[in-house]
Design a binder for this molecule. Structure first.
Ligand SMILES: *[C@@H]1O[C@H](CO)[C@@H](O)[C@H](O)[C@H]1NC(C)=O
Ligand SMILES: *[C@@H]1O[C@H](CO)[C@@H](O)[C@H](O)[C@H]1NC(C)=O
Ligand SMILES: *[C@@H]1O[C@H](CO)[C@@H](O)[C@H](O)[C@H]1NC(C)=O
Ligand SMILES: *[C@@H]1O[C@H](CO)[C@@H](O)[C@H](O)[C@H]1NC(C)=O
Ligand SMILES: [Zn+2]
Length: 468
């Protein structure tokens, strides 16, 4: 409570600064909101000026700890795979928190969960925020979770502060951001964004136990059939804006001592599967000139990937060969088959597409030169990058200045549900620092203070956008 008065003062000075110094003449500009509109109170009255109630650090930390308990592996690691018992328990936990926050809860056919705070003008497109709570094997408790528990706390902060939204505010939990079980990343948000190709992909997917997506969903209590997968696809204009709060998963914010990263774009990912086939043979008996070694073709292609990526001369181009499998996989047998999987990303789509094309050309050349067959060259996905929306970036800048938080503009090199939400809504992302940039391992950590900064920025930004 004692914090309220200084906060209010800060708010006052901030707006005085923004509206009178940075943007002179803004009062004549009908596209700019005044303090009255933002606060819901007359500016020069005896009413309290709109200010944020503090984040409840203790209860938020407790929620992280409790949610992390729904895990298939012991703490500090977290393993929460789509539609397993622990995933279902964690989903129930989030729905309960949504209910406690006074949100009306809806689930779609694939288990995307929506908690809505209906605004005073419910006909307008809503302002949404959210992330995921699934976790790859032996990972940590902050990836995705910060953007779900943090979003719910942002709603609670706004409610405690007496804020009234005009556009509805919505918290979304996306189904299966991680590709662990069915090999499809961002399954929930991809489908929301309306991918018919994905509808077919899901129909054919099975996990490593040969369980279909539909059977897995059923065991988690979701009644979903091939016919109603397309009911998940969002209507255009459903959302006025979408925001995601996330740990950086990189070291920059922590290294530079900066509190908030405002994301300007999400890099464009592509992934490729390649297979070579040769004749194999005995490692002793077949002489070198007679060989067509599928393993060496894969090795050469891996080096070609690195070369093509470096050739762009841009730090933003990256390429990784994370999987090479050789058949039959015996020390005394020349590989007769090789399977390699390639991931390449860039902030510039054309440049990324150029890399993919060069990798294709190299695959053909290597196969020819080594006398092996290029039996598969499959582009698994080749997604466009996403640019964050200007209006949202502006609102984020207003929020960080009001909160007096240091910030920097940055690119998200990992992709997130936001990459897909950007196809159906203007999109923005907020990054907070995480310990040494660690992610997808048990050491993943973000301090509750850093999380609270993110929650405050999110809350103020949701508030502004809700009044647009
Ligand atoms: C996690 O679960 C264990 C066993 O059910 C329980 O003893 C512990 O209190 C739980 N921890 C939290 C933070 O909920
Ligand atoms: C999906 O279809 C099944 C019947 O096939 C139905 O019971 C279920 O309610 C539908 N779900 C949605 C979200 O439309
Ligand atoms: C997987 O399940 C399908 C349908 O139940 C069945 O036709 C197929 O033979 C199974 N495949 C394996 C490898 O068990
Ligand atoms: C804002 O932060 C700076 C740097 O941390 C600090 O020096 C300054 O006093 C803060 N201003 C307010 C109004 O809190
Ligand atoms: Zn994530």
């Amino acid at each position: 409570m004692a914090l309220k008065f200084p906060n209010a003062l800060l708010f006052f000075f901030f707006f005085f600064f923004v509206f009178s110094t940075i943007a002179p003449g803004s009062y004549e500009d009908p596209t700019r909101r005044t303090m009255e509109e933002f606060s819901g109170y007359p500016f020069h009255s005896s009413h309290p000026i709109f200010s944020l109630s503090p984040v409840n650090l203790e209860s938020l930390q407790k929620q992280f700890d409790e949610l992390a308990n729904f895990s298939d592996t012991p703490a500090p690691s977290v393993t929460r795979i789509l539609f397993t018992e622990n995933d279902v328990l964690a989903r129930g936990y989030i729905k309960e928190l949504m209910g406690k926050a006074g949100l009306s809860v809806r689930e779609d056919a694939v288990g995307n969960i929506f908690g809505r705070w209906t605004g005073s003008d419910p006909e307008l497109g809503a302002v949404a925020t959210g992330s995921h709570i699934d976790a790859i094997p032996y990972s940590g408790k902050y990836d995705g979770v910060v953007g779900v528990l943090g979003a719910l706390e942002a709603i609670n902060v706004l409610k405690r502060s007496g804020f009234q939204p005009k556009r509805s505010l919505e918290v979304i939990l996306f189904t299966s951001e991680e590709p662990t079980r069915f090999g499809i990343s961002c399954l929930g948000s991809r489908l929301l964004a309306g991918s018919e190709a994905l509808v077919n992909g899901i129909k054919e997917s099975v996990d490593d136990q040969n369980t279909s997506f539909f059977d897995a969903a059923k065991s988690a209590g979701y009644v979903v059939s091939e016919e109603n997968l397309s009911t998940v696809i969002l209507e255009k204009g459903s959302y006025f804006s979408f925001l995601e709060l996330h740990i950086e998963q990189g070291p920059l914010l922590e290294e530079e001592g900066v509190s908030i990263g405002i994301v300007t774009a999400i890099a464009a990912p592509a992934s490729i599967k390649v297979e070579f086939e040769g004749n194999g043979g005995h490692a002793g008996a077949v002489l070198m000139p007679e060989r067509n070694d599928a393993g060496l073709a894969a090795a050469e292609l891996a080096l070609a990937v690195e070369k093509h990526v470096l050739e762009t001369g841009s730090m933003d181009s990256v390429g990784t060969v994370g999987i090479i499998v050789l058949h039959p996989g015996a020390i005394n047998s020349i590989p007769s088959k090789s399977h390699i999987e390639i991931d390449t990303r860039d902030i510039d789509e054309k440049r990324r597409d150029g890399i993919v094309e060069k990798i294709h050309q190299s695959s053909i050349d290597i196969a020819k030169r080594r006398g092996v067959k290029l039996s598969e060259f499959r582009i698994v996905n080749q997604d466009p990058p996403a640019k964050c929306d200007h209006l949202i970036i502006n609102a984020l800048e207003v929020a960080v200045r009001q909160l007096n938080l240091s910030h920097k503009m940055m690119i998200s090199r990992a992709y997130h549900d936001s990459l897909f939400m950007a196809r159906v809504s203007p999109m923005g992302m907020i990054f907070i620092p995480c310990y040494k940039g660690y992610s997808h391992k048990p050491e993943e950590y973000a301090s509750i203070e850093d999380i609270a900064n993110g929650v405050n920025v999110l809350a103020l930004t949701l508030a502004q956008l809700s009044l647009e």
